[in-house]
Design a protein around this ligand. Structure first.
Ligand code: FE2
Length: 334
């Protein structure tokens, strides 16, 4: 049994708290939980992160990029983002409480959401924990899925925000873009836990103007990515698209259906590295053009864009646009 900070929540309280949003997670693909972690404990987690950053134990975020299928992979840097894996011994040493609570949350999620068939194992097996600092100055992430397809087995993303003083205007909100549904913008309030399906929920991080700490727990599932894109002759492309919200197959269409949103989020993320930004936008446009030119896929993309257009219109009428705040919160039993 892990132990640590005196305010560490118990496994049973975490399991109860998570189970309370099980129906939301199932119906929407995401849920937002406030109050799962005692405020004193959330502050202790923040202090661990701040110390790690001060000691330069978080590295600049880097990722591989190929400007074309035949080009070599280049390792490039995402501006203003620093991170570390909890599995690195020198990180774990300075992040005892984050390590303890990550293990507890993963175990609790396995018990709270049996239908997801999560498989967190002992000693961090089946889970990955990333610690992250967004230094501000507009640091952000473009649209992506946490599980882009096999061989990834990630099923559930649990994000824990640690900034006690976050205020409107600071930026750094998480924007979830559920398939053909209005986007949801979630402020990164300190102590807040956001859960979403790694394989089903497209999302981005909006530019942050202040330094922001968080960590993410990814939990594998036993049967992740088993669904295939099936096109029964009796169903129209429109009918097929309308049902893809619960299928990872939506990822095949996502970039083409949300082409403008992907491009805008890429531009926001890479604005400070102009040449690389242009290459990434060009690669994105080439991918979209390829989808638009490929028979059956193009029919689905077209149908999904029509459906999305109808949702955008309704969302605009109701809440004033796709970036309006909308948080599904749940009270946690004491
Ligand atoms: Fe993500």
């Amino acid at each position: 049994m892990p132990h640590g900070h005196e305010d560490t929540p118990s496994l049973s309280s975490l399991t109860r708290g998570l189970a309370a949003v099980g129906p939301l997670l199932d119906s929407c693909g995401y849920a937002v939980l406030d109050g799962l972690l005692p405020p004193c404990f959330a502050l202790a987690l923040h202090d661990e992160m701040a110390t790690l950053h001060r000691q330069q134990l978080l590295r600049p975020h880097r990722f591989g990029f190929k400007s074309s299928p035949s080009a070599p992979v280049r390792i490039v840097r995402k501006p203003h983002i620093y991170e570390a894996e909890l599995s690195e011994p020198h990180v774990r040493e300075h992040a005892a409480s984050i390590g303890t609570v990550s293990e507890l949350v993963a175990t609790a999620a396995g018990a709270a959401f049996p239908e997801l068939q999560l498989c967190p194992g002992p000693n961090g097996q089946g889970t990955a924990v990333k610690l992250q600092c967004n230094e501000g100055h507009g640091g952000c992430f473009p649209l992506h899925f946490d599980n882009a397809g096999p061989p990834s087995c990630r099923k559930l993303t649990c994000l824990v925000y640690l900034n006690p003083s976050w205020a409107e205007g600071d930026g750094g909100e998480l924007e979830l873009v559920p398939w053909l549904a209005p986007p949801v913008r979630i402020p990164p309030l300190g102590g807040r836990v956001v859960l979403f399906r790694s394989d089903l929920v497209l999302h981005r991080v909006l530019p942050s103007l202040v330094c922001r700490f968080c960590f993410t727990i990814w939990i594998d599932g036993a049967r992740t990515n088993e669904d295939k894109l099936v096109l029964p002759k009796s169903r129209s492309p429109r009918e097929v698209c309308a049902e893809l919200g619960r299928s990872g197959a939506q990822r095949l269409l996502s970039r083409a259906v949300y082409a403008d949103e992907y491009e805008a989020s890429l531009a926001a993320c890479m604005a400070s590295t102009q040449e690389l930004c242009s290459e990434m936008v060009a690669q994105h446009r080439a991918h979209v053009a390829q989808c638009d030119a490929s028979g059956p896929l193009a029919k689905l993309v077209h149908a999904a864009r029509e459906l999305k257009g109808e949702i955008d219109e309704i969302a605009g009428e109701i809440v004033g646009g796709p970036t309006a705040p909308s948080v599904a919160a749940a009270a946690v039993p004491p």
